[in-house]
Design a protein around this ligand. Sequence first.
Ligand SMILES: [Zn+2]
Length: 237
Amino acid sequence: MANFKMHLGVAAIGSGMVATLCLGAGLASVQEVAILSLLGTIGGLLPDIDLDHSTPTRLMFTALGLLLAFLAMFFKAAHYSVLELWLVWGATYLAVRYLAWRMFSDLTSHRGIFHSLAAALFFCFLGTAIAYHQFDAPRLTAWLVGFFLLLGYIIHLALDEIYSVDFENRRLKRSFGTALKLIDSRHLNNSGMMLGFVLLLFFMTPDFSPVTDALSNANTWQQLGSHLLPQGTWFAL
Ligand SMILES: [Zn+2]
């Protein structure tokens, strides 16, 4: 199994390179490229949230708890007193960090449904829907958010599979086939639930046509082609 550092490094390099291609093709701005690379890197760590007591999992739930606690507080800020706001903040944080984490770790098993292409699609659609509805991102940018989460996620699953090949003894370890799979065939109800969420989220994503338009536009490829290699001297200002 690939370790945390390996996942972090490969996802960061992979998504940074693809994000730079998007910049060259004129699909994303410099600021967006920074955010997309970060999202791809996060996507590369996400599948291991099913490792119950690992540092990344705890960090992820702590960050999520803080984020939701602040959001909950902001939404109530106009109506409640300071004391009430403190209580809202604290209750939300504790609910996410301990209650949700507990439920999550009881429900998931390592290399279960979160190591599957269904889960990769889940995070892709979730990211796209949040970017579009919550952050008012244009449709193309919203889809790019989803694609970078998907890209990082698939890099993670592929790395796990590569590490289950024992190159020295030229044989497959028992973990082979447990990462890059469509669904978790050992836990069919978890898989069914995940597919249900994937379908639900799909209906919340915006129209896909800006993506197909950009990809079928000759201008996109022309821009990418002209930006791919230096024109004249390297690193000339
Ligand atoms: Zn993994």
